[in-house]
Write a protein that binds this ligand. Structure first.
Ligand code: KG4
Ligand code: ZN
Length: 393
């Protein structure tokens, strides 16, 4: 059983091909893993522009699929081109009428290679930027139309949960058994959610941000410090330099820990961002020392809130297992702080391999394999859902 996964929810075009290995749990070997990041392009504008993201996904996706098939040893070129049937051509024209470049590129691909040995396709349906999501979905629908391969829509945040728990050993990834109930802290550029579940499939969102997502706060604070997009790694770098230099944050640099003692599991990061902007105005012209102190204090503030809320969530729901996922889970300091808390409280904690923290196709492939394992039905029609809740899966 081989699955091809497509992820285009934000600013990475990601394609992975995974071969399921026979086992009780969902286990698989990654045959190819391709990511084309648009970060350099969006960096010029300080953030991700949906129309630009769509254009870049459209330009890149067909070539990336061809490269992934090739890497997986599944690309067999025809000795002569076989034109698409009229029915297929008409269907594709209709499906891709807003993506003429993709129509051209896919037609060339279909006409020049044999149908590959792929048994299923997983594609991110949402949440994310709708124009970007549609590119992956329409591409998946095109592959389904011409190659007749069943299609599984994937929830991007379920992908991040799975990325959090995937075990890796001897070239094989595995979705392990979990001690339930479990808490997932999902911290990405677009979302910040606390999720509770007893089995992968039925998720309850027990907390979320009331304004900015954690990653968004990192990006905005970085921007106000004059650092490039994406801001997470930049802030993290400065903060760890400050820690290595044993810099102590002076009292007048202290930032709030928003909602840390609130009676719920919600978050709010917009006020923290505003506090940083006020602080920047107060301290005057920024130099490297000031930037380091602000980055350190900001990272500490976010970390304190995340740790406190995860601890509260575990306590209130009697959960022993913590899963962390999403781009911000690449943050070394946050990982360390959550791990220490879990150790002290005797909780089991799963953190994604750093490579799988940010968006990737492997997590979408495994979410697809899990959907199949659980008997979820393939879909002939899929629509992008920018605001798809995990509870509505
Ligand atoms: O999950 P992701 O790749 O995309 C979304 O689904 O949004 O997350 C991207 C976010 C960005 O906001 C980025 O700044 C943040 O993850 N990020 C980090 C780090 N690496 C990426 N935030 C803090 N520390 C990092 N090391
Ligand atoms: Zn993501």
């Amino acid at each position: 059983m081989i699955i091809l996964a497509i992820e285009t929810s934000c600013d990475e075009t990601a394609i992975s091909i995974v071969k399921r290995v026979r086992a009780k749990n969902v286990k698989g070997e990654v045959l190819s893993h391709k990511i084309l990041s648009q970060i350099d392009l969006h960096r010029q504008y300080g953030g991700v522009f949906p129309a630009l993201a769509k254009r870049e996904h459209t330009k890149a996706i067909t070539q990336l699929i061809a490269e992934a098939l090739d890497e997986a040893g599944l690309l067999v070129e025809r000795t002569y081109n076989a034109p698409l049937s009229l029915t297929h051509r008409h269907k594709l024209e209709k499906l891709l009428d807003r993506e003429p470049d993709m129509f051209k590129a896919l037609t060339i691909l279909f006409e020049s290679i044999n149908k590959p040995g792929i048994d299923a396709i997983a594609v991110t349906r949402g949440p994310g930027l709708e124009p970007a999501l549609w590119v992956g979905i329409n591409c998946a629908l095109a592959l389904n139309t011409v190659w007749d391969i069943p299609l599984y829509p994937v929830h991007h945040m379920e992908g991040h949960i799975i990325a959090g728990i995937l075990n890796y050993e001897d070239g094989i990834y595995e979705i392990p058994e979990l001690v339930s109930p479990a808490i997932a802290l999902l911290i990405s550029g677009g979302h910040t959610e606390m999720v509770r579940f007893s089995s992968l499939e039925k998720y309850k969102v027990i907390g979320s941000t009331r304004d900015d997502a954690a990653g968004e706060a990192f990006d905005k604070v970085a921007r106000s410090l004059g650092l490039p997009y994406p801001g997470g790694p930049e802030i993290s770098n400065l903060a760890s330099k400050a820690r290595n230099e044993n810099i102590i944050v002076p009292e007048n640099y202290r930032l709030p820990r928003p909602m840390i003692y609130s009676n719920d599991l919600d978050f709010s990061f917009s006020g923290l961002k505003t506090a940083v902007i006020t602080l920047i105005k107060k301290v005057g012209e920024l130099d490297d020392e000031k930037k380091k102190m602000i980055a350190l204090e900001f990272e500490n503030a976010v970390t304190d809130v995340l740790v406190a809320k995860v601890k509260k969530a575990c306590f209130e729901t009697s959960s022993q297992t913590i899963i962390v996922g999403g781009g911000v889970s690449a943050n070394t300091h946050i990982r360390k702080a959550l791990t220490e808390m879990a150790k002290t409280e005797d909780y089991e904690i799963f953190l994604p391999d750093k490579k799988l923290s940010t968006d990737n196709g492997i997590m979408i492939a495994f979410a697809g394999l899990l959907a199949m394992e659980q008997g979820r039905a393939p879909k002939a029609k899929i629509e992008a859902q920018g605001n798809w809740s995990l509870e509505e899966m």
